[in-house]
Design a protein around this ligand. Structure first.
Ligand SMILES: NC(=O)c1ccc[n+]([C@@H]2O[C@H](COP(=O)([O-])OP(=O)(O)OC[C@H]3O[C@@H](n4cnc5c(N)ncnc54)[C@H](OP(=O)(O)O)[C@@H]3O)[C@@H](O)[C@H]2O)c1
Length: 345
């Protein structure tokens, strides 16, 4: 298999190290450079002994020319960083898959409002393809710049998609009640993420408006072609990995077989598993995998659709989906390097 030369901007964080773990088992991956400003010169396998024997690579301070020999660059960096590298990579024809939100929102003004900064290259927003393969596979195939979806947006959009595409639900009152593990906030130290703060406790956060709201709304609206209303409330759970989305929607009709509709919608999708009727998917059933597991219920008395959607936030919610996108962009079998069962227990 022809090797793909890969660069990684921001390789010390949680999504960066997960990307390295997954790429270590990818037959076409050849990671040629990886950056960190704080760990410049340090061996990857020294910072992460879990990767000893897999990489003979040291972190380097990022510089624009560092990626000139790359076919694909992954940016596993905070919001506002990838957009500073995007133009030069784009001009050189180097494919960029960005884990941050820099290219996820089509409307520059909405992006600036939610992310509190000016966009460094708004003219590239129209070139960026939103990297949710189950919705956008054909556009991803020809893309140079892919905006990898957020972790919550992936679980929520995959859960609502069959209901919206089949015009089965009222779209003025959608509710996405979501839970995430602490790795969703990245590896930076903060008091609110101390073990003694989050263990044995659950709390909502950003209830008045989380940054993923405009991204989810944009994605769902593209599925229906109409404006819609969504309440999205995230919660922090005392666990490391995992997202659980509980999605509510009022059905337009009562004579629907939701189980059959979901099974048909995802029959050919390698990374969406529709569970048997009556299931309650748990986050540990997807830990370390690129799978999103979904269960759907028809609550007949209330005529509500209820969807339970789980994923690993750093895999299908970030690094795994990014590799899925790379496989599509590079013409590889989409599942290459990603066919892993979950880590249980
Ligand atoms: N964690 C998740 O579950 C998750 C899921 C989906 C998407 N995401 C998104 O993925 C991105 C990375 O998340 P993460 O959780 O891996 O973050 P993280 O743990 O905080 O790691 C951030 C990485 O970016 C580097 N970095 C920070 N500022 C930089 C700058 N100005 N220039 C170059 N490099 C810089 C850091 O290394 P140095 O500071 O040493 O350079 C570090 O390697 C974020 O945009 C996040 O929103 C995260």
């Amino acid at each position: 298999m022809k090797k793909i030369n890969i660069g990684i901007i921001g390789g010390t964080g949680y999504t960066g190290v997960e990307l390295l773990r997954l790429l270590a088992a990818h037959p076409a991956a050849n990671v040629v450079c990886i950056t960190s400003r704080s760990e410049d010169g340090r061996l990857v396998s020294d910072l992460y002994p879990s990767l000893r024997g897999h990489y003979d690579l040291a972190y380097q301070t990022p510089a624009p020319t560092l990626f000139d020999d790359c076919d694909v660059v992954f940016a596993a960096t905070p919001n506002g960083v990838a957009m500073k590298y995007a133009e030069s990579l784009y001009e050189k024809g180097i494919k960029l898959i960005d884990f941050s939100a820099d290219f996820r929102i089509n409307d520059e003004a909405i992006w600036s409002k939610w992310y509190g900064m000016e966009h460094a290259c708004p003219h590239l927003l129209a070139q960026a393809v939103y990297g949710l393969p189950e919705f956008n596979r054909e556009q991803i195939r020809g893309a140079t710049l892919v905006a990898n979806p957020g972790c919550y947006p992936t679980a929520v959009q995959l859960g609502y998609m069959p209901l919206l595409k089949n015009d089965l639900i009222e779209t003025d009152s959608l509710i996405a009640d979501c839970k995430s593990g602490a790795s969703g906030a990245g590896r930076n130290a903060s008091t609110g993420l101390l073990y003694s703060e989050i263990s044995e406790s659950v709390k909502a956060y950003a209830a008045a408006g989380h940054r993923h709201l405009p991204e989810i709304r944009q994605g769902l609206q593209e599925m229906t072609g109409e404006p819609l209303n969504l309440v999205f409330v995230p919660h922090l759970m005392p666990m490391i990995r995992g997202i659980h989305a509980t999605l509510y929607a009022k059905l337009k009709r009562s004579d629907v077989d939701l189980q059959a509709i979901f099974e048909k919608a995802y029959a050919d999708e390698p990374f969406v598993d529709v569970m048997p009727a009556g299931s309650h998917p748990d986050t540990r059933s997807v830990r370390g995998t690129n799978m999103c597991r979904i269960a759907v219920y028809h609550l007949k008395e209330a005529n509500q659709a209820l969807v339970l959607s789980v994923e690993d936030n750093v895999v299908k919610g970030a690094a795994g989906q990014a590799i899925q996108n790379m496989n599509i962009m590079m013409g590889l079998e989409e599942t290459t390097g990603l066919n892993l069962p979950a880590l249980v227990p």
